[in-house]
Structure formats: structure tokens, C-alpha cells
Design a binder for this molecule. Structure first.
Ligand SMILES: O=C(CO)[C@@H](O)[C@H](O)COP(=O)(O)O
Length: 236
């Protein structure tokens, strides 16, 4: 039976990739004060993706400024060596891409062994078959709605159909096991498309440029986070 995810509470996860890196501590405090549910921390290595961002040292520096969970998205290859470092620094959720791990099952187990929730990130062209054998190891599926590497890209429309397929799989899994796996969408999420994204099955939305590109007059983010939530009235 298809159960729209909109019956679940919506979680908003601003991606700090679009934040002002010269004042990251203030920026993460501002998104938490504005009502964000998670902080999304993008790690890029100029190898798995053609961009280079921040790693465990910067994570460690901002962790004391944040009370809400931090969702670490590893766009790196190989991945395993970074997992203990982010876990030790206080990560709550760690996601990685299956193409970047020699042993996906082992990497998922490693994340949980270090006390974090485990996510598998699927690019627009990555088949859903990657999920088949590892459902019991997953706490979250991170569905990319842009090709990873950069903020500010346009949402790829075919993601909506893929989202519906993942939602069906996760709901079927929840029906048989009683265990719910989060479904996060990442890339090009805006005020004008979040309703369709949630209706298609997302319960967690990453938004980078939409949030950090629309500060309130006082530099906060309450207005844009409220506007995103208001598009999904049952979650507001
Ligand atoms: O992981 C990525 C990009 O690779 C994302 O988290 C982006 O940072 C989201 O940014 P917007 O598309 O919302 O600007």
C-alpha cells in the first residue's frame, strides 16, 4: 500500500555548503535558532566529486555551536577512514555513496559500530538495486536530486518518480519490520518545489542555497525555514 510520506513530520536540513564559511559558527547557530531540524555537512574530496570542501577539523570546530543533530554527507572515496573521525567529533548521521566503497555492507556496519545512524546516498543515475541487500543496515536513504559536487544546481525532475519508488520500498519494509528508514532528498530544493518533493515521498529535505540565499533582515533564517515548512501544511 502506498502511504504518502507527508503523513510523517518533515525534517529540514540546511546544507552549510552555501553558508558564509568565514563565520560558520554563527551560521549554524542561526539555522538552529531559525527552526532547522538537522545541519547537513557536505564533505567533498576533489576525487569522488570535482569539488573540495571541509573535513573533520572544521566539523569539530562547529560541533559545540550546534545542539541539533548533524547529518554528514561524505562525497569522498575511499570513505571508511573518515567514519571514526566524524563519529568521534560528534556526527549523528553519516551517509556515503555506494560507488565510493569497496564493501558497502561493511561501511554501513562501521558507521553503526561507531554509534551513528547510517545512510546510503544515491546519485540521479545510481540504480535502486543498491538498496536490496542492505535495508537492515540503513537508517536513511539520501536521494540526490542533482549530481553531487556543487550547491545551487537545478532539481532534476526525474527524481520525483525515483522518490516514489523508494517511498514504496521503505513503506513496504516498514510494514513488514516495523522499522522506519528516513528518506532524504538533496539538491535544488526550493520553496516552489518542496511540496511536490514531500508528496512524492521525502520526509527530510536538504536545502542549501534556498536557505542561505534568503536571510532575514537580521541575518537569521527563520523566515525561509518557515516558508519551506508552510508549503507542507501537515508538517508545519
Ligand atoms: O550535496 C550537495 C551537492 O553535492 C547538496 O547538499 C547541496 O549543497 C545542496 O545545495 P542546494 O542545491 O540546495 O543549493
Amino acid at each position: 500500500m502506498f502511504i504518502p510520506s507527508s503523513v510523517q513530520p518533515l525534517r529540514l536540513a540546511p546544507s552549510i555548503l552555501s553558508a558564509d564559511f568565514s563565520r560558520l559558527g554563527e551560521e549554524v547557530r542561526a539555522i538552529e535558532a531559525g527552526g532547522a531540524d538537522l545541519v547537513h555537512f557536505d564533505v567533498m574530496d576533489n576525487h569522488y566529486v570535482p569539488n573540495l570542501t571541509i573535513g573533520p577539523l572544521v566539523f569539530q570546530a562547529i560541533r559545540p555551536h550546534v545542539g541539533i543533530p548533524i547529518d554528514v554527507h561524505l562525497m569522498v572515496e575511499p570513505v571508511d577512514a573518515l567514519i571514526p573521525q566524524f563519529a568521534k567529533a560528534g556526527a549523528n548521521i553519516i551517509s556515503f555513496h555506494p560507488e565510493a566503497s569497496r564493501h558497502v555492507d561493511r561501511t554501513l556496519a562501521l558507521i553503526r559500530e561507531h554509534g551513528c545512524q547510517a545512510g546510503l546516498a544515491l546519485n540521479p543515475a545510481t540504480p535502486l538495486a543498491w538498496l536490496d541487500q542492505v535495508m537492515e543496515r540503513l537508517d536513511m536513504v539520501l536521494l540526490m536530486s542533482v549530481n553531487p559536487g556543487f550547491g545551487g544546481q537545478a532539481f532534476i525532475p526525474s527524481t520525483l518518480a525515483k522518490l516514489r519508488q523508494v517511498r514504496q520500498r521503505l513503506d513496504a519494509y516498514a510494514d513488514t519490520t516495523g522499522r522506519r528508514i528516513w528518506l532524504e532528498v538533496d539538491g535544488g530544493v526550493k520553496v516552489d518545489n518542496i511540496a511536490a518533493i514531500v508528496a512524492a515521498g521525502a520526509d527530510t529535505c536538504v536545502a542549501g542555497s534556498a536557505v542561505f540565499g534568503a536571510p532575514d533582515a537580521d541575518g537569521g533564517y527563520r523566515g525561509v525555514l518557515r516558508a519551506l515548512r508552510q508549503q507542507v501544511p501537515q508538517s508545519a
